[in-house]
Design a protein around this ligand. Structure first.
Ligand SMILES: [Zn+2]
Length: 632
């Protein structure tokens, strides 16, 4: 007898045998028991999780010649012995027509189908059309089908299997019962593989089955295909193939996750050399860079999930051993760390897809992990060094445009804290999502900086530190970061803005951040936003140079567009740099600031406590000092 691949040999013949889709099979069995048969069904979900299989079983159940409740067929499940059942199983039933919609997607084919559908079934109860990959059918062809679905002949049942149900027109979908299939859970696949191994009399290591189940990634068919391959190439023990984890791993070209755990340890120790050596060992052993990056991404993802939801969480579809490993690796990093790592590796993986020197890109990506870890403390340091003061709002109101509204109504007082809360949420999310900044940012360092600024800004805008209901606060608020910060730190929100100014600020800054201009968004958000007639004046606390650099043409375009969408015609957005002299007067620490044209006064720079601290921490060498406050 010809060899049959496992996926076909063990294809379920009964609803009860379909693994991991209980929500679908239960409903269908009920419908069959009550004889409530729809004329159209849509089965959607990933590949290899049983959509077509369920369609066939349903076809068998509908056309089965044994009546429900008879000896051969006690339940609505098909009897699998009658002529209809056997024919459908073999794929040669006259009244069950399987169409691969990927190749028969045009209007002519569907018209033909529609014509044929008018005639009664040749022998059985229903004429059943199973359309595989139904989303491929063209719109015109769907329209041709619509008529048949609107007034279906009693003997017709359409079953559409698709991976992209959203591509099926709404008019069709609304006339069908839609069943969404779930990805098959790891344990379910593993259990199924274990059973099949037993039935095939194959000695299989538990770890090998776990690997196969993981490789299936929610798809039973994928797991079985790899298992087929593994069995075919496995070493034989007494004439019986034996499945070993190491063999499966080498077959799939994957590396043991123990290696990635080691790599994360290297990250923790900030040991770039160790990281590169491990990568070299993997590459020299013949592992493809892309595969390594891919596995690293998966491993990091699992670590992140283990950190967030615990290693027992259902978010992890891996074996016990791997759960423990992910848990161990997750424990030594923070959630933010892991998120950054995952982001970096995802980018590296993407890059590898179209880059020439794959090895170098992989190495670069792995090094970035080490450096990201090294960079992170900066965040904390800046916060810890906070001692200075922010610009007093009195100064701000001098330099700020006029037309500050009169005393705030109680309503606007109440409004203030939520506004700031909304904004700090935004900045928080921006900083927790370095992903957004990275692809568009000029470099990682830049995005790192943007993160820090995001953090600082959000921190200083924490409602608790806000004199929330003070109209114009005369007292300076403590700023989080002294020497760097006055340039970037958030200023107080003036409460008596017209309510929509705050909303507008949040919306525009959010749009800019989403457009990849986090730094500009943070800077603008920290500014004072006031209506002056038909003009929204945004007074920032940064120099013109800095403003031009961050709030560049693209950022301006996004901001203007965002502004235009939210205001009536004729309104303007005006973003102004720091008003000359306004900032320093209010800053008691101003004398400590690095003087202008620092390059000529390098020794003084070297004496600065912050600089010294930074040198100590990072073993840094001072190459150049730029005073961002300097105005050109
Ligand atoms: Zn039957």
């Amino acid at each position: 007898m010809a060899y049959q691949v496992l996926a076909r040999k063990y294809r379920p013949q009964l609803f009860a045998d379909v693994a991991g889709q209980d929500h679908v099979t239960r409903t269908l069995l009920n419908a069959l028991a009550q004889n409530r048969i729809a004329h159209g069904y849509i089965f959607s979900g990933h590949r290899g999780i049983g959509k077509t299989t369920v369609a066939r079983i349903l076809a068998m159940a509908l056309n089965c010649r044994s009546a429900i409740g008879s000896a051969e067929r006690p339940t609505p499940e098909p009897c699998s012995t009658c002529v209809a059942c056997t024919e459908i199983r073999a794929g040669n039933a006259v009244d069950v027509i399987e169409i691969d919609a990927a190749t028969n997607r045009g209007i002519d084919e569907i018209r033909e189908l529609r014509e044929a559908a008018r005639y009664s079934p040749a022998r059985d109860r229903y004429k059943i059309y199973i359309l595989d990959e139904a989303h491929q059918i063209t719109d015109a062809a769907f329209n041709a089908l619509l008529k048949t679905l609107e007034e279906p002949p009693a003997h017709i049942v359409f079953m559409m299997a698709t991976t992209q149900p959203e591509d099926i027109p709404q008019t069709i979908r609304s006339r069908c019962q839609h069943f969404s299939f779930h990805a098959v859970r790891f344990e379910v696949i593993q259990q199924q593989l274990r059973q099949i191994a037993q039935q095939e009399q194959i000695a299989a290591e538990e770890a090998a089955l776990s690997l196969l189940a993981e490789a299936g990634d929610g798809s039973m068919r994928d797991a079985l295909s790899i298992m087929d391959q593994a069995i075919a190439s496995a070493a034989c023990d007494d004439g019986q193939p034996k499945l070993e984890a190491a063999h499966v791993r080498s077959l799939m070209g994957t590396v043991s996750n123990a290696v990635f755990e080691q790599m994360l340890l290297a990250v923790k120790e900030q040991n770039a050399a160790s990281m590169l050596e491990q990568a070299a060992a993997l590459l020299d052993a013949g592992n493809a860079p892309q595969q390594i990056a891919r596995q690293m991404v998966r491993f990091l993802r699992n670590c992140l999930m283990a950190h967030i939801a615990g290693e027992k969480s259902g978010l992890l579809q891996i074996s016990e051993e791997e759960r423990a490993r992910a848990g161990r690796a997750a424990a030594i990093f923070s959630e933010e760390d892991l998120t950054r790592f995952l982001n970096t590796m995802l980018r590296t993986f993407d890059d590898l897809g179209y880059r020439q020197e794959q090895r170098f890109h992989l190495e670069l990506g792995l090094l970035k992990l080490v450096y990201t870890q090294r960079l992170l403390p900066l965040d904390d340091i800046l916060r810890r060094l906070s001692t200075g003061t922010a610009l007093s709002s009195a100064t701000k109101s001098q330099s700020a445009p006029t037309n500050v509204l009169s005393a705030p109504s109680p309503a606007s007082r109440v409004q203030a804290p939520p506004t700031s809360a909304t904004m700090s949420t935004r900045t928080d999310s921006a900083s927790a999502r370095p992903a957004a900044s990275m692809p568009t940012g000029p470099g990682d360092t830049q995005s790192g900086i943007a993160d820090i600024f995001g953090d600082t800004a959000s921190k200083s805008k924490n409602p608790a530190s806000l004199p929330a209901a003070t109209p114009i606060s005369a007292t300076p608020t403590p700023a989080p970061t002294p020497t760097l910060a006055p340039v970037f730190s958030a200023q107080e929100i003036i409460v008596e803005e017209p309510p929509d100014a705050a909303i507008l600020r949040a919306a525009i800054c959010s749009d800019m951040a989403n457009g990849g201009h986090q730094t500009a968004a943070s800077l603008l958000e920290a500014g004072i936003w006031q209506w002056n007639g038909k003009e929204m004046q945004v007074q920032t606390a940064i120099s013109k140079v800095m403003l031009d650099m961050t709030y560049n043409a693209e950022a301006q375009r996004i901001a203007r567009e965002s502004f235009r969408r939210r205001t009536p015609a004729g309104y303007n957005l005006n973003v102004a740099p720091e008003a000359r002299g306004s900032a320093n007067t209010a800053n008691p620490n101003a004398s400590e600031m690095p003087p202008k044209s620092v390059s000529q006064r390098a020794p003084q720079t070297m004496d600065h406590p912050l600089v010294q601290h930074a040198q100590e921490l990072f073993h840094a060498e001072i190459r150049s000092v730029v005073n961002l406050r300097e105005e050109n």
